[in-house]
Design a protein around this ligand. Sequence first.
Ligand SMILES: NC(=O)c1ccc[n+]([C@@H]2O[C@H](COP(=O)([O-])OP(=O)(O)OC[C@H]3O[C@@H](n4cnc5c(N)ncnc54)[C@H](OP(=O)(O)O)[C@@H]3O)[C@@H](O)[C@H]2O)c1
Length: 243
Amino acid sequence: MSERTIALVTGANKGIGYEIAAGLGALGWSVGVGARDDQRREAAVERLRAAGVDAFGVPLDVTDDASATAAARLIEERAGRLDVLVNNAGIAGGMPQEPTRVDPATIRTVVETNVIGVIRVTNAMMPLLRRSASPRIVNMSSSVGSLTRQSGAAAEQTAGPVAVAYAPSKTFLNAVTLQYARELSGTNILINAGCPGYVATDLNGFHGVRTPEQGAAIAIKLATLPDDGPTGQFFDDAGVVPW
Ligand SMILES: NC(=O)c1ccc[n+]([C@@H]2O[C@H](COP(=O)([O-])OP(=O)(O)OC[C@H]3O[C@@H](n4cnc5c(N)ncnc54)[C@H](OP(=O)(O)O)[C@@H]3O)[C@@H](O)[C@H]2O)c1
């Protein structure tokens, strides 16, 4: 088994996921670059290696059972275990997403990636995570999924646009995160949700105001929690985000 901490970041070929991989790699960790497209994945691995990161490619489409199973096998063969899983891959699903006009297929597609994809990959990796001394799971969520922030007086500042596929997919993901934390309570596995803030990436046509590196910071913090750290919570750089 490798001495180095082994991490897998899904959707690591660009955006926030790439910077999470870079940040974890800068800690001296071995980082699996989970990505579905061969060329984009290899380009990211090359870039990370050029920056001194011990990066390796992990072919992974989070919507595909066989792909998740194969990714787990690849990591098992390479490292024998997984210490940290960052479920970062996500899609917005195209805007606008007005509830009264939405195509139900859009909801299915977004939930398949943003929610079921996280469950699929987490469960494929669970046997490897259980072999780690300090397993951590980080789910990249969004404060736009916060029901508290979408209701009440502060909603206009913090809720984001009306988006009936994307925002509820993150609410769903938060709820799923809590379910895992409840099942895994009493184990050494810590699982939390993180919000990167509004980051300029492909996901929002680069309208965000933060850099991908800034967006990666919360994931790196949650990936490096001490053994007595929190679990089943939702954080951004400012602290706890209300559900
Ligand atoms: N940007 C923001 O302001 C913001 C705010 C809150 C939360 N987030 C969350 O942060 C995460 C990263 O988003 P981002 O802004 O960095 O977006 P991004 O630049 O569009 O990157 C998304 C990543 O997910 C990958 N991906 C999508 N579907 C996939 C699939 N089926 N299998 C494997 N990988 C897949 C993409 O791969 P391809 O290149 O192959 O498409 C890409 O690597 C997402 O979960 C997002 O919801 C972002």
